[in-house]
Design a protein around this ligand. Structure first.
Ligand code: ADQ
Length: 428
């Protein structure tokens, strides 16, 4: 391992997962986009290895130096499940559930951010470029500014930045703003997020910009014709196949899209349909996530009980992650993709689906409140708070116009995640 690096990425998680034989690179878009930059600039990555209570020495994986940050079980509960995911996550997603404000969580958040900043300061060469990622680490730019004024620091927020009135609820709003202010450049997904932040800080504060994140099209291969036919046959060769792919999170609006399908079936406006809903397990110890799971699974059971037949349910529901190859086949096979979050920074699932449809087939039902809606204007847009609006978008999508998918495919092909990273780093 080399000593210090000229380019350091700082993220809550290291881009690796433990395997039987050691560590394997995890298949995220961020690592795909940054790996070439990291390798070219002898870069390193600072993050949590995913194991509470494990002290792991720095190591190298596929040419990238990794610097594990230690978190114990208590840090995990208070910093990660508490402040990050039960305070900031719901607050920044416009209070879909009520955020909890707990001083103990805040103290853990501050301590863990200090730890990440010190690990980064130790990994960064003189005048290095550091890129800090996301809402778990908002204080890191400010702490680095104090520890290492020589560094150039970028910060990117992957989730929405809320309107000023919502942000002002946060008891530690001043400290968070000081954290942002330590960055030379703060990037947001959408111009609207940037405006919300600017409305708080005015002309003061760091440079800002909107940098909509995207996907690595090569990471999700399209399904071949044989795979697609096999898949559709296993669903009973429905006339219409619909698909939902989400982390099981209350922001994603899974229940409401199922209610829209149920209403259409009830009214006889949809028939011979199969819906595949994948829900990747997420933040499972948090009460609101348990409740969301219960509600979704109850709806799946009810819809199948009402409209399914023996051997052919309407909703095929999997509560697990699937390999990227299977995901590609599902995206390719689906006639209608349902992406209906109440609020979403971007939503990469929408772009992954579009990327699997170069020929104009397929249609995307997309929430107005997903960041992706600012770019994918040819989707069938809906208001996910209004179930009848989702119903109408589904009806329009089933009768979809191929020109719309072609236009979106061109856009996503040209605006991939490598371009996103290059835009941010050039600006920085
Ligand atoms: P997420 O909220 O996780 O990301 P999203 O952007 O849709 O949301 O990314 C989810 C990823 O998980 C996709 O790449 C998808 O393929 C994968 N995935 C989901 N379900 C899966 C399953 N069952 N099996 C396998 N893979 C599955 C946050 C923000 C988003 C923002 C991203 C990136 O909330 O708004 O787009 O970061 O900035």
């Amino acid at each position: 391992m080399s000593g210090v690096s000229d380019f350091v990425v700082v993220a809550n998680r290291l881009p690796v997962d433990r395997t039987d034989t050691g560590w394997g690179t995890s298949p995220g878009g961020l690592v795909a986009a940054l790996a070439p930059v990291l390798r070219a600039r002898s870069g390193s990555w600072v993050g949590w290895p995913g194991e509470a209570g494990a002290r792991i020495e720095p190591f190298t994986s596929e040419g990238i130096d990794l610097h594990p940050v230690y978190l114990d079980e208590c840090d995990f509960q208070n910093f990660y499940e508490g402040m990050a995911n039960s305070t900031l996550w719901p607050l920044y997603h416009d209070l879909i559930v009520a955020p909890r404000y707990d001083n103990l969580w805040w103290e853990a958040y501050r301590d863990v951010n200090e730890r990440f900043a010190h690990a980064t300061a130790a990994a960064a060469a003189r005048n290095a470029v550091v890129w800090v990622q996301d809402y778990q680490l908002q204080l890191v730019p400010g702490i680095l500014r104090r520890l290492r004024p020589d560094l150039t620091v970028g910060f990117f927020l992957h989730i929405p930045f809320p309107s000023p009135d919502l942000f002002r609820q946060l008891p530690w709003r001043n400290e968070v703003m000081e954290g942002f202010a330590g960055a030379d450049l703060v990037g947001f997904q959408r111009a609207e997020d940037e405006r919300n932040y600017r409305a708080l800080v005015g002309d003061a504060g760091p440079r800002t910009g909107a940098f909509p994140i995207s996907i690595d099209p090569a990471a999700i291969p399209r399904g071949g014709q044989g795979d697609v036919e096999k898949l559709r046959a296993s669903l009973g060769n429905p006339v219409t196949m619909m698909l939902g792919v989400d982390r099981l999170d209350y922001t994603k609006g899974i229940l409401h899209r199922l209610l829209a399908v149920e209403n259409l079936l009830e009214k006889g406006l949809l028939s011979d349909v199969a819906v595949v809903q994948l829900a990747i397990p997420s933040r499972e110890r948090i009460d609101q996530y348990k409740q969301t799971r219960r509600e979704v699974e109850e709806a799946v059971g009810r819809i199948n009980g009402r409209f399914g037949r023996v051997g052919s349910p309407v909703v095929h529901y999997l509560h697990r992650a699937v390999p990227k190859r299977d995901l590609g086949a599902l995206y390719t096979a689906a006639d209608v993709m349902l992406v209906t979050p109440f609020k979403d920074g971007m939503n990469l699932v929408a772009k992954e689906y579009v990327s699997c449809h170069p020929d104009g087939d397929g249609a995307l039902v997309l929430s107005e409140f997903a960041g992706a809606a600012a770019e994918l204007r040819d989707a069938y847009l809906c208001n996910p708070f209004d179930v009848s609006s989702i119903e109408q978008a589904i009806i329009d999508a089933v009768a979809g116009d191929p020109a719309r998918m072609r236009a979106m495919h061109r856009w996503v092909a040209q605006h991939d995640v490598a371009r996103w990273a290059a835009c941010f780093l050039d600006e920085l």
